[in-house]
Design a protein around this ligand. Structure first.
Ligand code: AMP
Length: 459
């Protein structure tokens, strides 16, 4: 039964200080316990994701947290930050190279191939919710175990699906109540991107000395990433760099124009942003990100996605164009808190069951279950002895009615029903408890509605 949790969440800084002082087993760096008091945010986001997924015909998929390391090397790309520096990889007892998944799209592409989903009517629409792991430098809003939800559409090249994915994402963020903007780009395809990359290299080759150390390395390995570096100097250079949308092949340009036309038709506002390059190798054509409206370093990004038309083929499947989106749950929660967005609390129990003496305690075990079966939300403190303590707890929880079961009531086959608001008590026939409580709950809700109406009338 829900109770207001007293366990207070420690800030990341407090946890770090504690870690340096104490030698007992500790939470790992960059990891987080999700305490009872936090669960309402998770439930709230899940309920919205689940509803959108249902409304738009996405079915849930769960894949294992561990995968073969080669899955991510082949999909995310050998020279990306994730694969180069951030994967939790190890050799297991059977000598296999395995990794904690650093993202969920590649595992879903693998599942699509392994389960022959290509033989089902296309496109396949899937959604997921779960943890991913990246060994990044922990800082505000960046964890080593973070959680993502996502939507994937596999088996169609049609640009209307790019728009539909962007549209449903924007509806979701609107329903979550967070402020956001949509940033869109197009990364071309293997036909046009190599020529653009060459142009980019030409542009940066004479300006290399102005790049940060990280970007100096990226110049060789992953030049697209030069465009989304957050360092001041790199940013300025990126603003002047050639833009890929000016160098798309005819097919990619046609696709992009259609996506934008559909977006205009659906009245979705967006910014064209040549710096949305994502960072994983598998992306082709449309890429997009959801940003907070205030731009603040890495915490700005609340989610991102795009097309990955060649991924399934590269993982050994039949050529299958596809696209997807992943949202960062911790980032959304932190935005919800900053903006003080109202999250409904779980409803309180209807009754508290207080028991006195060992026989009452024994009888309470079944009684609780019988009440639950009758649809009454009931809570208790079975391990407590004194009535005073139990009544104190019931009133602290703000519960309207308390049932009191003692030795005398067991002999008389009755139970006491106490109205916690005015302290009045009634003796009730033990066999009619459920019925009597339900009557009072209906009365209580009618009275509540009448009072609400009176307040409305006065207004
Ligand atoms: P990505 O798979 O990198 O596109 O990430 C999708 C979303 O997950 C990002 O937009 C962030 O909101 C969130 N995210 C990515 N990495 C982290 C992290 N280390 N800690 C918390 N959230 C993250």
């Amino acid at each position: 039964m829900p109770r207001k949790s007293k366990i207070k969440e420690k800030t990341d800084e407090e946890l770090e200080v504690k870690k340096s002082k104490v030698k007992f087993p500790q939470l790992l760096r960059g990891m987080k316990d999700i305490l009872p008091s936090e669960q309402k945010y998770w439930d709230f986001i899940y309920s919205k994701v689940f509803k959108i997924a249902q409304d738009y015909g996405f079915e849930k998929i769960d894949t294992p947290i561990l995968e073969e390391t080669s899955l991510f090397v082949r999909s995310v790309g050998k020279e990306t930050d994730i694969v180069e520096k951030e994967m939790f990889s190890f050799v297991d007892k059977g000598g296999e190279n395995i990794s904690l998944r650093p993202e969920l799209t590649a595992p879903i592409a693998r599942a699509y191939i392994e389960h022959g989903m290509v033989n089902l009517p296309q496109p396949i629409k899937l959604f997921y919710w779960g943890p991913m792991f990246r060994h990044e430098r922990p800082q505000a809003g960046r964890y080593r175990q973070a959680h993502q939800f996502g939507f994937e559409i596999l088996g169609s090249l049609h640009p209307v699906l790019d728009t539909q994915l962007i549209l449903l994402t924007s509806i979701l963020y609107e329903e979550l109540g967070v402020d956001f903007t949509i940033q869109i780009n197009n990364l071309g395809c293997p036909n046009c991107r190599p020529d653009y990359i060459q142009l980019l290299r030409d542009y940066y080759s004479t300006r290399k000395r102005f790049l940060c150390n990280n970007c100096k390395k990226r110049f060789q390995s992953n030049p697209l990433r030069l465009l989304d570096c957050k360092e001041g100097g790199c940013r300025e250079l990126a603003n002047q760099a050639p833009q890929i949308v000016d160098h798309l092949c005819e097919d990619c340009r046609g696709h992009f124009v259609k996506v934008l036309e559909y977006l205009d038709e659906a009245e979705v506002s967006y910014n064209l942003n040549p710096r949305v390059v994502r960072g994983l190798d598998y992306y082709t054509r449309t890429t997009f990100e959801i940003w907070t409206s205030e731009i603040r370093d890495h915490q700005t990004e609340l989610g991102g996605g795009g097309r990955y038309d060649n991924l399934i083929k590269e993982l050994g499947g039949r050529p299958t164009p596809a696209l997807g989106f992943a949202g960062g749950i911790e980032r959304i929660i932190s935005r919800i808190k900053e903006k003080e967005i109202f999250i409904p609390e779980k409803e309180k129990p209807d009754v508290f069951l207080a028991q006195l003496g060992e026989s009452a305690r024994k009888k309470s075990l079944r009684l609780l279950e019988n009440l639950r079966k009758e649809g009454i939300r009931v809570t208790e403190s079975l391990s407590q002895d004194g009535l005073k303590n139990q009544l104190f707890l019931a009133s602290k929880l703000g519960i309207r009615f308390t049932l009191i079961l003692g030795q005398k009531e067991i002999i008389d086959k009755t139970i006491l029903l106490r109205d916690m608001e005015d302290g009045s008590q009634e003796i009730i026939d033990f066999r009619k408890i459920g019925e009597e409580i339900k009557k009072r709950l209906v009365k209580k809700s009618k009275k509540f509605i009448e009072e609400e109406d009176k307040i409305e009338e006065k207004k």
